[in-house]
Design a protein around this ligand. Structure first.
Ligand SMILES: [Zn+2]
Length: 120
């Protein structure tokens, strides 16, 4: 995991709180490139995505919403490249809580999700 400093461009280890080159703080909105090419722009805490953020995946998928400790957690919207869309609650990176899934053909799954699986 790499934290690229927005002020000087220096690439720091992902757990950095300050840029080792210019001393810039990473607690505000910065861009992070995760292994596998995931781009993250948003709020950080202790070098991890935490708070409001946007992630763009190499597959074309996109997540806009809340993070806790580096994982999707809280209210968010995840859009797949094929047009599927989930709007609702996440926990530890999975769909978890109340949410609505809309499929490309218009089918809607609305209700409770648990560990990334639609329950009811
Ligand atoms: Zn810097």
């Amino acid at each position: 995991m790499i934290l690229r400093c927005s002020q000087c461009g220096h690439e720091n280890p992902g757990d950095s709180i300050f840029c080792s080159s210019c001393g810039n703080s990473f607690s505000e909105n910065k861009e992070l490139t995760l292994p596998g090419g995931v781009k993250y722009v948003g709020e950080f805490k202790d070098g991890l995505p935490n708070g409001q953020g946007t992630a763009t995946y190499p597959t074309g998928a996109k997540y806009v919403g809340e993070y806790k400790g580096g994982r999707k957690s809280g209210q968010g919207t995840y859009t797949w490249p094929d047009g599927k869309k989930y709007v609702g609650e996440f926990k530890d990176g999975d769909r978890h809580g109340q949410g609505t899934m809309t499929l490309p053909d218009g089918t809607i799954q609305k209700g409770l999700w648990k560990d990334d699986v639609f329950v009811d």
